[in-house]
Design a protein around this ligand. Structure first.
Ligand SMILES: O=C(O)CCC(=O)C(=O)O
Length: 252
């Protein structure tokens, strides 16, 4: 099994992210990108994905639940040891998002949406500022986490999960933290292991029209009891599934 070196683990804990080079081959990445372009254009069809308008490059969400190739990437055995080292135990895979192009998403912390999560952000092409990489604030993983509770209204209701109220609050936290953000520069086949508390955003696409193929996989510790999405499966690296916090695993 692959493992983080002591230096990689120390970097991950200090900065909240670490780049692991060359885990996937160029041929594997090219083949996955082709698959995604073919799905997008309707040359390849799978139940669960509708071919898109040529201008619609919005991310996929939970593609692993309908696409076996995305599932393979989510629980690829080469990722397992790195993820287990990062969280100190067994891991459940919970979410995938595929980006054909940079998301240009506002600042956020993934654990706001998926408590206890951390991620493997896999570069399927060369990724940098030109094609809209992500910008991260090193060390923000050791600072405050904004949660849904921070946005509870005076009448007790929770605010909507998404919106400017949230991204604006993370912008303020970013300023309070006081450290500069840095762009993530990755080569085809690298992946970035990052902490779900790390403040990050999708950068402006400096070369409009450029592609930036990335699969973002999200995980939570197997031992986490914070998973509140009742019908959304937690998937172990052997492919077994369970829902919510029920133990033992239910295989489907
Ligand atoms: O790749 C991106 O542009 C955004 C990724 C992201 O924010 C995430 O995976 O949480």
């Amino acid at each position: 099994m692959n493992h983080l070196t002591p230096d990689q683990l120390a970097t991950y804990r200090r900065d909240g992210f670490v780049l692991i080079p060359g885990v996937f081959s160029h041929a594997e990445c090219d083949s996955f990108v082709q698959h995604m372009m073919d799905l997008h254009a309707g040359r390849e069809k799978i139940a669960g994905f509708e071919p898109r308008d040529p201008n619609n490059w919005g991310r996929t969400f939970n593609q692993h639940l309908y696409d076996p190739l995305a599932m393979n990437l989510l629980i690829d055995p080469r990722l397992r040891g790195y993820l287990e080292d990062a969280c100190g135990g067994a891991v459940d895979a919970v979410q995938t998002m595929y980006f054909w192009v940079g998301s240009q998403q506002g600042r956020h912390q993934d654990q706001y949406y998926l408590p206890d999560c951390f991620s493997a952000w896999i570069a399927m092409t060369e990724v940098g500022p030109e094609n809209g990489t992500i910008y991260v604030q090193p060390g923000s993983n050791r600072g405050r986490l904004l949660t849904m509770e921070d946005f509870r209204k005076p009448n007790g209701e929770l605010s909507p999960m998404f919106g400017d109220h949230y991204n604006g609050a993370v912008d303020k936290l970013y300023v309070t933290n006081g450290a500069p953000e840095v762009p993530v520069i990755a080569s085809k086949g690298d992946f970035v292991l990052f902490d779900g508390k790390l403040i990050h955003r999708g950068g402006t696409i400096l070369k409009p029209g450029s592609f930036r193929h990335v699969m973002a996989n999200h995980y939570i510790p197997h031992a986490s009891t914070k998973w509140q999405y009742q019908e959304w499966p937690r998937i172990a690296f052997d492919g077994s599934r369970r829902v919510a916090n029920h133990v033992p695993a239910v295989t489907t």
